[in-house]
Design a protein around this ligand. Structure first.
Ligand SMILES: Cc1cc2nc3c(=O)[nH]c(=O)nc-3n(C[C@H](O)[C@H](O)[C@H](O)COP(=O)(O)OP(=O)(O)OC[C@H]3O[C@@H](n4cnc5c(N)ncnc54)[C@H](O)[C@@H]3O)c2cc1C
Length: 267
């Protein structure tokens, strides 16, 4: 169950722009959520005022602007819900709940932080970078995509001071190949104090193995198909690494310490 009481109500769409061929950023005026939100948390957005699709769709917080009272989500159009969200117009009244889940823990030694992002896993890293950079940390972000059309956020992250190294399977990035191969090479050359990863399950699993071998503490932001987002339906469980119990990704996560997660659950 959630520990805080998330806002459940209506936000107003103030921007909904395409930032890459299939990727959009939706910005919502919702001071209640913007004030309470932490990097790594998510919101659950209703895609339609009709009953189809019935369930809200979860998205990581991609921007948190307390001064303006806004939050943004960066989303890829993959199905009916995200297609409908991409049609939201300015002034649209958007039904949502948030902030939900537990975000990144930033109270650990983090002076030289490493981000590992796969595809839309880049979404939660901008607000995390803002907090770490304000605390004088340096950040390297390894960002893997399939092709150039999947890239988003690079210039935004670079502008605030993050070193971004892209890995692409089509050769359009700095590194030709998978981000986990880039990670292995990077860990051989440089020491980091804290790692954060978000992306597909197989990428997170391999990232865990590489970081633990390098003795780098790692937090992972997990994804799972999710119904309520509130810890009620128990639809988004994943096994703990002790083999005895389960995490609820929506309320215990989505961010967990990698060593506490048994990634074998989807293999
Ligand atoms: C905590 C959390 C944070 C997320 N943050 C983001 C984000 O910042 N940006 C973003 O683009 N997406 C994010 N997602 C995934 C996003 O919620 C799904 O892409 C979205 O719900 C799909 O809705 P749809 O109706 O368009 O697709 P559907 O029609 O429901 O499904 C289309 C395809 O997407 C797959 N899919 C649906 N939901 C998920 C899911 N949760 N994980 C993996 N595959 C899924 C389906 O299996 C299907 O193949 C997040 C998911 C979670 C759980």
């Amino acid at each position: 169950m959630v520990e805080h009481r998330p806002y459940c109500g209506i936000a107003e769409a103030v921007e909904n722009v395409k930032v890459a061929p299939k990727i959009w950023r939706l910005t919502l005026y919702t001071p209640e959520i913007a004030t309470a939100a932490k990097p790594g948390q998510f919101v659950n957005i209703r895609a339609s005022s009709q009953h189809d699709p019935l369930l809200r769709r979860p998205f990581s917080l991609n921007r948190i602007d307390r001064a303006k009272g806004t939050i943004s989500v960066l989303y890829r159009v993959v199905g009916r819900g995200t297609e409908l969200i991409s049609l939201f117009r300015l002034g649209e009244k958007v039904d949502l709940i948030g902030p939900l889940g537990k975000g990144f823990a930033t109270s650990h030694p983090r002076q030289n932080s490493l981000f590992v992002a796969g595809g839309m896993g880049i979404a939660p890293f901008f607000p995390l970078a803002e907090i770490l950079l304000a605390d004088k940390a340096t950040i390297t972000c390894l960002y893997g995509v399939r092709c150039a059309d999947d890239l988003a956020e690079v210039s935004h992250l670079e502008t605030i001071g993050v070193k971004v190294v892209t890995a692409s399977e089509d050769g359009c990035g700095h590194y030709h190949g998978q981000v986990t191969d880039l990670l292995a090479a990077t860990l051989r050359q440089e020491d980091f104090s804290l790692g954060f990863a978000c992306g597909p399950h197989a990428m997170l699993s391999a990232t865990k193995d590489l970081c633990l071998a390098a003795k780098l503490p790692l937090q992972v932001s997990l994804e799972s198909i999710m119904a309520c987002g509130l810890g009620l339906c128990l639809g988004c469980t994943c096994p703990k690494s002790n083999g005895e119990d389960y995490w609820h990704i929506c309320t215990d996560g989505p961010v967990l310490w990698a060593e506490e997660v048994d990634f074998a659950w989807k293999r």
